[in-house]
Design a protein around this ligand. Structure first.
Ligand SMILES: Cc1cc2nc3c(=O)[nH]c(=O)nc-3n(C[C@H](O)[C@H](O)[C@H](O)COP(=O)(O)OP(=O)(O)OC[C@H]3O[C@@H](n4cnc5c(N)ncnc54)[C@H](O)[C@@H]3O)c2cc1C
Ligand code: FES
Length: 262
């Protein structure tokens, strides 16, 4: 992990409120391991925005790092104003990665909202390694999608309002695919309500599932204890903090769905 001044190569809107930024960061790229990892971006050097914004890595090739982000508040608005040639102070790579083992079944990847970045990167990795898998991406409406709905190629888009792909949340599609495929493992990233529902479904039906959590973070480096998640645990002696809680920024963001409470 290191701090680096990245050079913005490209920053553009690819769907309604969804942006894609490419930056050159040879030092951090040299340390990147895989999907799930993220960087912490100092979007501004103003004292009014002291906290870095955590963003999943959406891809990396050579010295170039990609991020896909959704306009949310002040920080992401400021990020969208960066132009080619601007520099961006970033810290990373941070965190662990999804672990794919085809012996554990066909991967079903599920992304929603701001959680599409690591899922898309995993999708591209599996494609390049010719590993058969399915991809489900959920959004509220067609505007937020930038891929094609292509069930023949194993790509399923869903929209809450039915304006593109399959109608509803990602859940009906996920439930159908897990029933159709003999043996599968689910990899998910997205808003907490989506992850909670997926966790409940996969645990109840004993499907393997790894999920990348996007907890609120302040320091992003293990200092503030702001990103705590409760672990699944038996009765433990008092003061056994590390058996009961985990810091998403240090121990995560990827967890086995059976090891956490949400
Ligand atoms: C590990 C991780 C990976 C992430 N990856 C992505 C990604 O790939 N694309 C993307 O669009 N978003 C991602 N997010 C969420 C993203 O960090 C927030 O949307 C962003 O920080 C909002 O900043 P803001 O200034 O626009 O919003 P504001 O509401 O103004 O932010 C205020 C503060 O709250 C924090 N914050 C607000 N929302 C979130 C959130 N959902 N998660 C964590 N911190 C938050 C901000 O970092 C900031 O410190 C990720 C979050 C985490 C923890
Ligand atoms: S964000 Fe500060 S400890 Fe994790």
């Amino acid at each position: 992990m290191r701090i680096e001044s990245a050079n913005v190569v490209n920053n553009r809107e690819i769907a309604g409120g969804i942006w894609h930024i490419e930056m050159e960061a040879p030092g951090i790229c040299g340390e990147v391991i895989g999907p799930g990892q993220f960087i912490n971006i100092a979007v501004s050097d103003s004292w009014q925005m002291p906290l870095r914004r955590p963003m999943s890595i959406a891809g990396n090739s050579g010295a170039t790092l990609e991020i896909i982000y959704k306009l949310f508040g002040k920080g992401t608005k400021e990020l969208s104003e960066k132009r080619a040639g601007d520099s961006l102070n970033i810290l990373g790579p941070v965190g662990n990665t999804f672990k794919v083992d085809v012996q554990n079944g066909t991967p079903i990847l599920v992304g929603g909202g701001v959680g599409i970045a690591p899922i898309l990167w995993l999708h591209h990795r599996l494609q390049s390694e010719r590993i058969d898998h399915k991809l489900i991406i959920g959004a509220v409406t067609a505007d937020e999608h930038f891929l094609d709905h292509n069930p023949r190629e194993g790509i399923f888009l869903t929209t809450d309002d039915g304006s593109l792909g399959e109608v509803g949340t990602v859940m009906p599609t996920l439930e159908r695919l897990t029933l159709e495929i003999d043996h599968s493992t689910v990899f998910a990233c997205g808003p907490e309500p989506m992850l909670r529902t997926i966790r409940h479904y996969t645990n109840a039906n004993n499907y393997a599932c790894q999920m990348a959590l996007e907890s609120y973070m302040a320091c992003g480096t293990g200092l503030c204890q702001g990103c705590v998640i409760e672990l699944e645990h038996e009765d433990v002696p008092q003061n056994s903090y590390h058996e009961v809680y985990s810091l998403v920024c240090c121990d995560g963001p990827v967890y086995d769905a059976k090891e956490i409470r949400m």
